[in-house]
Design a protein around this ligand. Structure first.
Ligand code: GLN
Length: 246
């Protein structure tokens, strides 16, 4: 009998890093999986949590102000080995803004101590004097667009050969200089996604939500073909955002 797929999600620092309603990404992942009859279990992970590297298929970490990042940075480093093992073993992580910054080598805020990251991806972030705020549209390498909203002073620079999530057509993206936004990098058997797109990101970007669900489910269930949903509302919102931002 074919095992019914299920999805195990860890929402890292759910109560600390939830700037601009980034929790909407968790709601979207849950709903889009459940609409396909996939059982979803979401665990809100706080400080001092313990879990094994093979416990979750998908990790999500949202954005936050510098002070929230300072609160969780040390604890995230405590989980570094487990997260590296999890992603190399096939899990997927989606990170937004402040959470994204801490997956790199370091985040140097405008004031206060430099925060060492977990180097899950070859990148580093240095806060600038100008906050980058506003609507963003990016084009993905394989085609298609992503829309969202950015609000950050950190400027993220990807290491050589690290794949960005897309190319900026409206807004600033990673640093307002190199024309790229985010990261979408295979790591071992898994993948690391990072972005500055709040909004929250996934409700108006259903294709990316399904890309994450498919990748995460494949860790334990192999290639599961997701049934097509009626995304007319989501895509109408997406197109409105693209037109609005053009
Ligand atoms: N504090 C970080 C910055 O200002 C991240 C902000 C955020 O998560 N929106 O760049």
């Amino acid at each position: 009998m074919v095992e019914k797929p299920d999805l195990r999600v860890a929402h890292l620092y759910a109560h600390f890093l939830n700037m601009y309603g980034d929790r909407g990404n968790i709601i979207t992942l849950m709903q889009r999986a459940r609409w396909r009859g996939i059982d979803v279990h979401v665990e809100a992970i706080g400080l001092d949590a313990e879990f094994s590297a093979d416990e979750y298929d998908l990790f999500f970490v949202g954005g936050g102000q510098d002070k929230q990042q300072q609160v969780i940075a040390g604890d995230l480093r405590r989980l570094s080995k487990t997260l590296h093992q999890a992603i190399n073993g096939g899990s997927v992580i989606l990170s937004v803004c402040g959470g994204y910054q801490l997956l790199g080598d370091y985040y140097r805020p405008h004031s206060g101590e430099e925060l060492k990251g977990i180097s899950l991806v070859d990148a580093h972030t240095i806060a600038g004097t100008k906050r980058m705020i506003g609507n963003v549209v990016i084009e993905r390498p394989a085609g298609g667009t992503l829309v969202g909203f950015e609000n950050h002073s950190g400027r993220t620079f990807l290491g050589k050969g690290v794949e960005p999530l897309g190319r900026v057509t409206t807004g600033n993206g990673n640093n307002g200089e190199d024309g790229f936004e985010g990261v979408a990098q295979k790591v071992g058997k898994g993948a690391v996604y990072g972005t500055y797109l709040h909004g929250s990101l996934l409700p108006k970007n259903p294709d990316l939500a399904d890309e994450l669900i498919s990748l995460a489910i494949s860790r334990r269930h192999g290639n599961v073909q997701l049934t097509q949903l009626d995304d007319s509302l989501e895509l109408a919102a997406h197109q409105t955002a693209v037109k609005f931002r053009a």
